[in-house]
Design a protein around this ligand. Structure first.
Ligand SMILES: Cc1cc2nc3c(=O)[nH]c(=O)nc-3n(C[C@H](O)[C@H](O)[C@H](O)COP(=O)(O)O)c2cc1C
Length: 209
């Protein structure tokens, strides 16, 4: 089955670069084989549900790409269906660059990285903005459990992403990094064990004549 991601990204310019660097045949084999990768499966769902951040690229009216970070609690990027993602977007820094770009071009690219396990997933899609100020959009968004935001940065809209294709990248050059939350889940059992051992030692010490 042709690989959808390659169909969308192996443009004439990309193919020319592959030809220049001698990888055209390899790239063709890659594009022709494997999974279609346009519907999110169990592996992608599990991966997305565990992420606490991703990078979102949009395209400006001038053709310049624009990339911005989005973050939240794990699972803040929700998988609503096999090809649909959603996340709450905040009032933020008031510049509205990503959402503004989407008014001219709905194409987005997301990259999600699992630093401890050194895995990364990239997705292409079309984004739709649901403005919570619009009653019908707010009613639709209420179907999902969205973070409320706060007075400084309330949730103003939901970005719905219709996934066009996704692809996994290799682990090379991803330095393992751990968030506070990830470190806690690794270290808490150790700290508890140390506390238990210390308590046992104290008891033994107290029992000495
Ligand atoms: C007070 C405040 C709170 C924010 N809270 C979040 C947040 O919880 N999650 C997030 O991804 N971005 C948060 N942001 C950042 C914005 O969502 C966003 O990155 C910023 O507005 C730039 O977006 P833009 O480059 O698309 O215009 C916050 C920004 C501010 C100023």
């Amino acid at each position: 089955m042709p690989r959808r991601f390659a169909q969308l990204t192996f443009t004439a310019s990309v193919q020319a670069a592959q030809a220049r660097y001698g990888t055209r045949a390899q790239a063709e084999r890659y594009a022709a084989g494997g999974s279609d990768n346009s519907e999110l499966g169990a592996r992608e769902r599990e991966f997305i549900a565990a992420r606490d951040s991703f990078y979102l690229a949009t395209v400006g009216d001038t053709g310049w790409p624009y990339v911005q970070h989005r973050g939240g609690n794990p699972g803040f990027l929700k998988v609503l269906g096999p090809t649909t993602l959603a996340f709450a977007d905040f009032r933020g820094n008031l510049q509205y660059q990503s959402v503004g770009n989407l008014g001219g071009n709905d194409r987005v690219c997301l990259i999600l990285v699992d630093y401890p396990q050194r895995r990364r997933l990239k997705l292409l899609g079309h984004a739709r903005v649901l403005d919570l100020a619009a009653a019908s959009d707010a009613a639709l968004a209420a179907l999902w459990q969205l973070p409320a935001g706060d007075a400084e940065a309330p949730v103003e809209r939901v970005l719905l992403i219709e996934v066009a294709a996704f692809d996994w990248n290799c682990a090379r050059h991803i330095t393992p990094r751990y968030s506070e939350r990830e470190l806690s889940s690794l270290l808490d059992p150790l700290h508890q064990r140390i506390a238990r051992l210390e308590a046992q030692l104290r008891e033994l010490g107290g029992a000495e004549p």
